[in-house]
Structure formats: C-alpha cells, structure tokens
Design a protein. Structure first.
Length: 453
C-alpha cells in the first residue's frame, strides 16, 4: 500500500510555519496501511528525511492517536527552528512532553537494560526514537542491527570498551546514520577517536561530547582529531571535566584550520585558567563560532575582557556563562561587550546586577530575544533596568528565577506592554501573593511560569 502526500504542506493543525514539502511524495508502507512496523521501517531507512515522519504522524492521527501525531509534527518543526523561537520556548516551559515524549515512552523499541537504554530525558528526536545510551558495547554490537532497523537512531552515548570492539563498531554499516556521539566512559576516549578519525562509516558524525578530558594524552587526542576527516566535519564539540589549568589543550584547537565546520563549543569544568583564556580568546575558530558555552570556571575581570574583546570579531548567536566566579567588573565587561552584538540567546547567572549601572541600555544587547538571568540578585533597581532594555519588545523568553537569599517585587512588570512574541516569563513565585501571581499571568497572557527551585 501507499500513502501519498500532495504538494505543499503536511498536515499540521494549529501550528504556524510548518515544514514545507516541495514535491509530491509517495511512501511505500508495506502490504497493510495499518502496518506500524512498515511505516517505522521506512523512517529508519532514511533518518534524515522529514516526509516519512509526517506521513507517520498523519497515519497515527487517522487511527485516533492525535497526541503522538502532534508530538511528531512539533518535533519535526522544532528541528528547523532556533532555540529562541516562540514555539521552542513555549514547548520548553509550557508543554515539555512535546520535547521529552514522556507519554509515549512505551512506544520505544524494547532493549535489555544490561545492553542499553533509551535516554532518560530526551529519547525522541524529530518525533521518533533517536538517543540510545549504550551500557555494554560488546553486547550492543550483537543487537544493534535490530535496533537500527526499528528506529532512526542518530545519537549514541558510549561507555569505555576495548580496542577490538571499537574496531568492530567502526565497521558497522548502521554507523553511517549516526550524527552525534557522547563518550561518558571513565577515561579520555583515545582508542575510539583514533579508530573513528578517518573511518568511512563515521562520515555522518557532526557532534562529539567527551565527558572525561583530564588524561595527560588529551592534547594529543585533540590534535589527532582535528587533523582527521572526523574533526574537520565537526559542527559541535562539548568538552567536560578537564584538569589542565594551564590550558595546554587549548593550543591544539589551533590545529583546526580552514576549512572547518565548527559552529558550537561547550567547555564545562575545564579549568581553563588565565593562560588558557588568553590562548582561547585569540583563536580564529572561536571568532567564527555561533554558540559558546562555558560553565564552572573562575575568571577575573581581565580574563573576562580577554575572552570577549580580542583581535577577532565575534558572531555568537548563543552565549552562555554559568556558574562563573568573577567580580562585578568582569560581568560589566561581558554585558557591555561588542562580542554580544549578534547574540540572540544570552544565559548568565549569579551576577550582582544591582552593582552594574547602565548595562541594560547597552546597544550591544539589542539583538537578544532569549534572556536568562537566574540567581542574579534581583533587587528592585535591577528589575527596572531589565524592563528598560532596548531588547524588551522583542523578547520571547525571560528567566528571572532568584536564589533563595533574595526576594523582590515585580511591580515594574505590570506597567509595561508585554513583548508581542513573549512565550515564557519565568519567575520564582513562592514569595508572591496569589492575587499578584494572577495579575502577572493575566497581564502577560498566560506566558508566566512560576518555577520555585
């Protein structure tokens, strides 16, 4: 049997900006149009295609499963939108089941927990099972062909294993559809990265996460990676738990010369240090990043300035500094930096905003549409600065959750015209009276989320 989707748009009731389908398409689904396995096999055979997924959503809706159909359509659409779009923000804060797929976990293909398990928080991508956390690589290799035939898996979290199994892993034809690898093992993944560096079947990998990077060989691993075909294709690199406070590994980032495709760099608990920041700030590749994320570091005002004011222009669209220890001069340098001219999503926390004067009127913050200021000592003057920002009319997301030591009234919020596309205003509501919470919710047309941490 066949399911035919006409030219134009797939069915997406109640959603704006749906995924456009340029050509008519005919999807083979097996002998019976009610054959779920055949439809999902079609999707698994072409994980990059949106159309089979939308066909499956229509088929589910025709069978009465409106909820799962809507989840698939929403996730397909979200894959084509930035994280700061009104739809993405709304789903994150108001309909999280759309992102987690929690009500539909029972539809995930069965797998022995000794071998693997579906990701606990986000097992679905673009509506179908995608992210698998491998527990035993040897046993997984025996079962992987079955799982890849059942689901369009593109993301794998991988444990520590031996060289022979990594060589077997690299030879598997299903590896061609994998886009992201997350190594969570107990040591730096030296052997798998060397095996995969120029492996033909690893040609689709674009994202790498390394949970352990503290080994003495890590700089060499990075150098080898960036000289390889895999390294030159990478779009996202997430490095965690490093121990080199001299930043020797940062020098290896310079080996990633043009042409390269790196768009996003995340550094979590990497002990970058003063020398590391100096090296990092001057690397041309950092100036070309669209997304920069640094967490759990101690930076002085000078290092903050170096990071944001170097000889290379910045084109960040997403910028995140979380759990950064710095004095207020360092934060003033950050919030007034030209490096933020193009930033659409800014996420910073634990800032004494009451000590910063005039930051909200900075022309360098005009492009922001998603602003997260969690645990930022929100005294009344700070709230008044926030609502006077040039970017206020364009905000889709504003997160003002406090730490427990500070309470603040949000009266200033009621005197303003709400941003036209505001999808979420996140506040700590524990200390707000019910009647005031209700006024806020009415004023911001249901966008307020009270999240008490």
């Amino acid at each position: 049997s066949r399911v035919v989707i006409p030219n134009g748009m797939a069915r997406t009731p109640g959603m704006s900006g749906a995924v456009s389908l340029a050509n008519a398409a005919t999807i083979e689904v097996g002998v019976g149009v009610d054959d779920t396995a055949a439809l999902r096999a079609t999707i698994a055979a072409d994980p990059a295609a949106d159309l089979p997924r939308l066909v499956y959503a229509d088929w589910l809706e025709d069978g009465g499963d409106d909820g799962q159909a809507a989840m698939i359509r929403a996730q397909v659409q979200l894959a084509h939108e930035p994280a700061w779009s009104p739809l993405a923000v709304h789903c994150r804060h108001h309909t999280p089941d759309v992102l987690t797929g929690k009500p539909w976990r029972h539809t995930l293909p069965a797998v022995s927990p000794r071998i693997a398990e579906w990701h606990a928080e986000t097992p679905f991508r673009r509506g179908l099972p995608d992210w698998l956390v491998v527990r035993d690589l040897a046993s997984f290799l025996d079962d992987a062909a079955r799982l890849f035939a059942l689901a369009p898996i593109t993301t794998l979290s991988l444990p520590t294993s031996s060289l022979g199994y990594w060589q077997d892993f690299a030879r598997q034809p299903w590896l061609r559809q994998v886009r992201a690898l997350h190594f969570y093992g107990v040591s730096t993944p030296i052997e798998p990265l060397r095996v995969l560096a120029n492996a033909v079947n690893a040609s689709g990998i674009e994202e790498l996460t390394l949970e352990r990077t503290s080994g003495p060989a890590f700089p060499v691993v990075l150098n080898d990676l960036f000289q390889s075909d895999l390294g030159k294709r990478l779009k996202r690199l997430d490095l965690r738990s490093g121990g080199d406070n001299g930043g020797e590994w940062i020098a290896e980032l310079a080996a990633l010369s043009d042409p390269h495709h790196l768009e996003a760099l995340s550094l979590r608990t990497m002990a970058v240090g003063e020398r590391g920041i100096r090296r990092l700030a001057e690397l041309p590749i950092v100036g070309k990043l669209l997304s920069f994320d640094m967490r759990n570091e101690e930076l002085t005002a000078n290092t903050m300035r170096r990071l944001l004011r170097s000889s290379h222009p910045r084109q960040f669209e997403e910028f995140r500094l979380n759990r950064i220890v710095s004095n207020f001069l360092g934060w003033e340098s950050a919030l007034l930096s030209p490096a933020l001219d193009r930033v659409r999503k800014l996420d910073v926390d634990t800032i004494r905003l009451d000590q910063l004067v005039g930051w909200s009127r900075s022309r360098h913050l005009e492009a922001i549409v998603s602003l997260k200021l969690r645990h930022c000592w929100l005294l009344q003057e700070a709230v008044e600065q926030i609502v006077s920002m040039r970017a206020w009319p364009n905000l889709t997301e504003l997160d003002l959750r406090n730490g427990p030591r500070v309470s603040v009234r949000f009266d200033a919020l009621l005197g303003l015209e709400p941003p036209g596309e505001l999808a979420a205003l996140i506040l700590s509501g524990k200390q707000l009276k019910p009647e005031f919470r209700s006024k806020l919710q009415d004023h911001f047309r249901g966008a307020v989320v009270f999240a008490d941490e």
